[in-house]
Ligand binder design. Structure first.
Ligand code: INI
Length: 158
């Protein structure tokens, strides 16, 4: 049985007039700046305006959820993108950071009914981080921005 197309709801990839905030962790900023470049490039290539993108820098990924929460409460944005790079091999508390950020962001999205996009690279090694910041495995920031555009448009229809 085919579903009637009028009963299918999905978000377009048109970013015109959408407002985004991107929260970036300064820790590992060598990689995070590449994720940010990828995200902004994706938004503008899909018709978004640079003036509709607000970027907030925080010290490390652990600080991202608090700032995302404040931005979500402001109701100024159609989607918020979190960008950070946690390198698991670098310190034993890296896995705790990733866990806190993951659950924190999910909770904020549900509480505020707002797309909060998880653009945190959780890498085993520096090589893995390189691969996910614009080389072999793509750019996590670009993927996060595309997801943000689609989710923002989908939420507007629900
Ligand atoms: N923050 C990161 O964003 N990535 C990391 O890999 C990382 N490591 O490995 O320590 C990291 N630590 C800092 C942390 O996010 C907080 O800024 C810090 O603990 C102060 O709360």
């Amino acid at each position: 049985m085919e579903i009637n197309s009028s009963n299918i709801i999905e978000g377009s990839l048109q970013a015109e007039n959408l407002k985004f905030s991107i929260v970036c962790a300064r820790f590992n900023d060598f990689f995070v700046t590449k994720l940010l470049d990828g995200a902004v490039d994706c938004i503008t290539r899909h018709g978004g305006e640079p003036d509709n993108v607000t970027v907030c820098w925080v010290p490390g990924s652990f600080e991202i959820p608090l700032v995302v929460q404040r931005l979500a409460e402001s109701k100024k944005f159609d989607a918020i993108i979190a960008l950070g790079v946690v390198i698991q091999g670098a310190t034993s508390h890296a896995q705790f950071i990733t866990g806190q950020v993951t659950s924190g962001l999910a909770e904020i999205g549900m509480k505020n009914s707002l797309p909060i996009i998880f653009g945190i690279v959780s890498a085993e090694t520096i090589e893995h981080a390189i691969e996910r910041s614009g080389s072999k495995v793509g750019n996590r920031g670009t993927e996060a921005a595309e997801c943000a555009i689609e989710m923002a448009n989908l939420m507007k229809q629900l």
